[in-house]
Design a protein around this ligand. Structure first.
Ligand code: CU
Length: 408
């Protein structure tokens, strides 16, 4: 009898070991999301609970080559790393405050017990400097949600404290989604020549970011031809952002309130993302090419504007100087010397990007801010940047040169 018991115990132990080993090596039961220029937060399983760790802290964020911003974020980054889980999961999230002031975390759009909602003063005390709080709740819905502070919100969000919280459905959707990009939209005011965003600005922002990067610092979004692709946009800035795709139409399939019923979906080329919301759109990438993807507010695809800059349009400027600077800084525009003379460095203030910049295969792209390129390719085996699209013969506009006026 005793030996039988030992055999049973040994068998049960083996089962447990085999199961935990399987849990560690099993593929994820979902297609992981992609946060361009960002990352996904790792988790550990602790007796059936998914444990995540967030540290709120000051971070240095390079918006594009040549500009580093003194921001605040989580785990060394703005936006913070994406939290990814599955409907039905129980999650436990440790939040440690390494900011110079108190904070809290609100789980935007997520159904949870009131005490876990993270509004400091209302649902919990503020998390004081160096303290750690632990949040724990069970995920009862699916969709794309966000997290952000609810303590000195104006300052903490203006400095970049925000991230995505993705909850996959228990049963994978059909047809299957092959690729899902998450893009946090934000806007900042960094006085040209400085590095720290001014949180007191309410309307006059001068930098507009996809995941806290501006063009040409935004990574391309690479997909294989024929893939079903979703893009989720989150907005915790002070303005709405109409995000526009070239060459395609997409359908809005979800918000941070839940999935959009199929009967309510309609084709669009632009999705307006209101403040305090997420929008998820879906399309099938069946047309190869390098397709612009950007906010359609034209000032949001420019960098580092300042109302202190005098309007020099129509005022003759020394073109020889502009041309000389342009050979060093493609796209440079002479803005005049008044008002910036004591902080100029190669024609621009230090730590400041050109307003319109970036090069493509045909010359200057002259964009900035909320702009990137959707690269759709057949026959690629990885999602590394495939370089510029090679246009098939006969699919580019032809230059007819200067025509005589009679033939125009
Ligand atoms: Cu915009």
């Amino acid at each position: 009898m005793a030996s039988l018991a030992r055999v049973v115990i040994a068998y049960l132990l083996l089962m447990v070991l085999a199961r935990s080993a399987a849990a560690q090596t099993a593929p994820l039961p979902y297609v992981p999301v992609v946060t361009p220029n960002g990352s996904t937060l790792p988790f550990v399983m602790n007796r059936g609970v998914k444990e995540f760790r967030l540290t709120a802290e000051p971070v240095k964020r390079e918006f594009a080559k040549g500009m580093v911003v003194n921001a605040w974020g989580y785990n060394g980054s703005t936006p913070g790393p994406t939290i990814e889980a599955v409907e039905g999961d129980r999650v436990r999230i440790f939040v440690t405050n390494k900011l110079p002031e108190r904070t809290s975390v609100h789980w935007h759009g997520i159904f949870l017990p009131n005490g876990m909602d993270g509004v400091a003063g209302l649902n919990q005390p503020h998390i004081e400097k160096n303290e750690t709080y632990v949040y724990e709740f069970t995920l009862r819905q699916n969709g794309v949600f966000m997290y952000h502070p609810h303590s000195d919100e104006m300052v903490q969000m203006a400095l970049g404290m925000m991230g995505f919280f993705v909850i996959h459905p228990k049963v994978a959707p059909t047809p299957k989604v092959d690729r899902h990009f998450l893009v946090m939209l934000h806007e900042w005011y960094v006085e040209p020549g400085t590095a720290t965003p001014n949180p007191n600005v309410m309307t006059d922002f001068n930098l507009f970011t996809f995941n806290s990067r501006v063009w040409p610092g935004t990574d391309p979004w690479v997909v294989k031809k024929g893939e079903r692709v979703q893009f989720s946009f989150g907005n915790l800035s002070m303005d709405s952002h109409p995000i526009h795709v070239h060459g395609y139409a997409f359908e809005e399939v979800g918000t941070d309130g839940g999935p959009v019923p199929r009967s309510a979906r309609r084709p669009e080329t632009t999705v307006n993302v209101p403040v305090g919301a997420t929008r998820t759109v879906e399309m099938v990438a069946n047309e190869e090419g390098d397709w612009a993807f950007h906010c359609h507010k034209s000032h949001h695809t420019m960098n580092a504007m300042s109302h202190e800059i005098p309007n020099m349009i129509g005022v003759p400027q020394p073109t020889s100087l502009e041309q000389k600077v342009r050979s060093l800084l493609p796209g440079y525009m002479a803005m005049g010397e008044n008002g910036m003379g004591n902080m100029m460095e190669m024609g621009r203030p230090r730590n400041t990007l050109p307003m319109m910049t970036g090069d493509g295969p045909f010359g200057p792209v002259e964009m900035g801010g909320m702009f990137t390129i959707l690269k759709v390719r057949a026959g690629i085996t990885s999602y590394a940047d495939p370089g510029w699209y090679k246009h098939p013969e006969g699919t580019l506009p032809r230059n007819l040169g200067v025509l005589p006026s009679s033939s125009r």
